[in-house]
Design a protein. Structure first.
Length: 279
């Protein structure tokens, strides 16, 4: 049953993504454009259906009797689900409808990845509220920085197109560059706060969070890449505040920080759980 639901969710995400891509290369009726901008278009509710089904899957596969099954497949699926949910909620406040064409294909990949890569790493969360808080903050931070990485790429492409007078067709309905840059800054600020608390809880309460103290070199890769990512994002925020860093510089630092974050969490889980077959 869950396998079939994974395919249905991926199909829904993919179908709506295809609609947005076809719309980008065609001329949609004026009534459809108005509906999209007001949030009353059918695509909003179909995406919500996919989010609900995806969330139901996560409840079935992540929250098990022994605790939380956060193997690589489930972890990626949960991060992607949070990303889509945050983006869907944000689209009611910010003009993000035209950017769904980039978010939803990522969701398709995340759902299929969870289906193909088994998850078998159960964490006991009973009587461990510190672990639960650490996980929530970490997963929210990863989701926000995934959105930030996507926005950084779109901002860089749009900036280059405006400079050279050849903006890609798929970005013709994108929000103004200044709006994208402002939103990117807000996402990174919130993600940075969450990442700060996630790292701090991991350091200060490692025995309550992980059941054992952080040790080197066993946890060195996670700690080093996580701290480096935090430093990169912190440097960007300071640079923006005091030197006005934006545009290409903002995009590069955002992507470098995201790459380090991937190495810290996803990279280590990929090596241990998939390549080395160790939980």
């Amino acid at each position: 049953m869950p396998s079939n639901v994974y395919l249905v969710v991926a199909l829904i995400y993919g179908a709506v993504a295809l609609f947005f891509w076809r719309r980008a290369y065609g001329n949609a009726p004026a009534t459809e454009e108005i509906a999209l901008r007001r949030g009353i278009h059918w695509s909003n509710w179909v995406i919500l259906l996919a989010i609900v089904l995806h969330g139901w899957l996560l409840l079935r596969t992540v929250f098990v009797e022994q605790g939380m099954n956060l193997g690589l497949g489930n972890a990626i699926s949960l991060i992607i689900w949070l990303m889509v949910l945050i983006y869907w909620l944000g689209s009611w406040i910010y003009p993000l409808v035209s950017l769904q064409m980039f978010v939803l294909p990522i969701a398709v990949v995340g759902v299929l990845f969870a289906l193909l890569v088994p998850s078998d790493r159960v964490l006991s969360i009973a009587s461990r509220p510190a672990l639960m808080a650490h996980l929530v903050m970490s997963l929210l931070a990863y989701s926000l920085f995934t959105i930030a990485a996507l926005h950084a790429i779109l901002t860089a492409v749009l900036d280059r197109g405006l400079r050279h007078g050849n903006t890609p067709v798929v970005l013709r309905d994108a929000p103004p560059l200044i709006a994208l840059e402002t939103l990117l800054l807000r996402i990174i600020q919130l993600g940075f706060v969450l990442l700060t608390f996630a790292l701090a809880s991991g350091f200060l309460f490692s025995e309550q969070v992980f059941g054992k103290a952080i040790t080197f070199p066993h946890n060195a890769h996670k700690v080093i890449f996580g701290v480096l990512s935090w430093l990169i994002y912190g440097a960007f925020l300071l640079g923006h505040r005091f030197y006005g860093w934006r545009g290409r510089t903002a995009a590069i630092l955002t992507l470098v920080g995201f790459g380090l974050l991937l190495l810290s969490y996803v990279g280590s889980k990929l090596v241990l759980e998939v390549i080395l077959q160790r939980a």
